[in-house]
Design a protein around this ligand. Sequence first.
Ligand SMILES: Nc1ncnc2c1ncn2[C@@H]1O[C@H](COP(=O)(O)OP(=O)(O)OP(=O)(O)O)[C@@H](O)[C@H]1O
Ligand SMILES: [Mg+2]
Length: 508
Amino acid sequence: MKVGIDFGTTHTVAAVVDRGNYPVVSFDAVEAWPSLIAANAAGQLRFGLDAAAVRHAPGWSVLPSFKRLLNDAGPHTEATLAGRNYPLAELLAGYLAQFKDDLRHRSNAGLRPGEPIEAAISVPANASSAQRFLTLDAFLAAGFHVVGMLNEPSAASLEYAHRYRSTITAKREYVLIYDLGGGTFDASLLKMTGQVNEVVISEGIQRLGGDDFDEAIVKLVMSGAKLPPDAAASDPLREECAARKEAIGAQTRRFLVDLTVVDGTDRPPFACGIGDVYSACAPLVDKTIDVLSRVLHDPAPAGSGVAWSEVAGIYLVGGAGGLPLIVRMLRTAFGEKRVKRSPHPFAATAIGLAVFLDTKANFHLSEHFSRHFGVFREAEDGAGVVFDPIVPKDAALPADGRSPLVVRRTYRAAHNIGHFRFVECSRLVNGRPDGDVTPYDPVYFPFDPALYDRHDLGRQPVGRWNDGPDVEERYVVAPGGAVEVTLTAQPTGFRRTFRLERHAPAGL
Ligand SMILES: Nc1ncnc2c1ncn2[C@@H]1O[C@H](COP(=O)(O)OP(=O)(O)OP(=O)(O)O)[C@@H](O)[C@H]1O
Ligand SMILES: [Mg+2]
């Protein structure tokens, strides 16, 4: 089964490919799986729905919005929960494994027993290479067969294209995707021609989402109500403010917050006019408008800026865009008619991922063409991850259309096993993969001669190796873009050739 999975800061949402439809998966009748991890002092862990079930139970601590921790995480980053430290990578893999289990056993996805899951996943457009790497690795560790990793707004643009293709005209073929979720803000300008969605430019703010609106409202409440100073950090107060924020409608005039939630003490509710809430939140919306203006007015990479008159509209996805203030401010800044909200703001990304997986839908993301190819490598003794470009985006393929491009690299191995995580991406920013990133299957190669006969290198411990051999990597890029790598260790001459599977859905 083909499944688009959007791991979000607040919700994880899945949509499946079902004969030209992309239904959103329900778990216990809800179209989202809470992005929560809970733990108790005994070291028991609960994920998703099970974590939500113990959210207020005595003895349990909850880690909400843990996707935000991935922003600056490395392979050894830890998170503290109920007094214990856990490697973030393991928490995420456990979370996704439970999600997979619930997809099979607790959802209406309709998976047959043992049926493999072919997944397309997403990351914020602005995600660092470490975040992309950790996310991909966790999905693989959880047993998903990942065939594509897209930027969230690029995926949402496919949901738009699927729904509104007929409204795009030759005069206005650009669409600006405005994605404001629980934790991140992304804006992408896409050019939609025929069945091709070309990402012209992406920008974003890694830490701006509904969580920050909640925080601004908590501050407003703290300044207006006589509460103990530690109430600002209170989870129940934050949850109450978030719930009241989500209940704001276009006609709302007064804003009320129940303050007994803080510690059970009987207090009158906090009350203010909706204008005060909007004043507290407006600076955050202004930040997103600044990004939109940059995206529109910056010269595109191709050298020409895009005029607002060529843009069909701004398309809002993500739950946090539900605050009426946002549409109002965007309309004031960009015009009444051209701001539209997705009918599925929470699921647009997951639906777009499913559209991407559906070869019959025949939509293409042009980021697939002419991308950077390279490899992730551990650095700083395993504490960080760096990206080595191998074939740059603008590398010329031999003009005769038949000969391959060959690239060689040599170095001294520093580990007993080479673990190569090859990826391709649409852009490099400060040397890091950016834009949409497509993973290849991992490649393992024994540098230690004692491991030459092993066929389970992926499960062997990787360690420093002072006697490392000289290694040659020889990449052969076929005219169609397929990459083959031959690894040779000297002086033994031990050699293996790997065909790198791109795993993009057929037809792309
Ligand atoms: N009606 C509403 N008005 C304002 N905010 C809302 C509304 N409904 C939900 N939200 C907010 O939307 C956010 C969740 O949105 P969404 O599910 O799109 O995020 P996500 O995909 O989990 O996060 P991200 O994409 O940033 O990783 C929460 O902060 C929530 O409070
Ligand atoms: Mg999202």
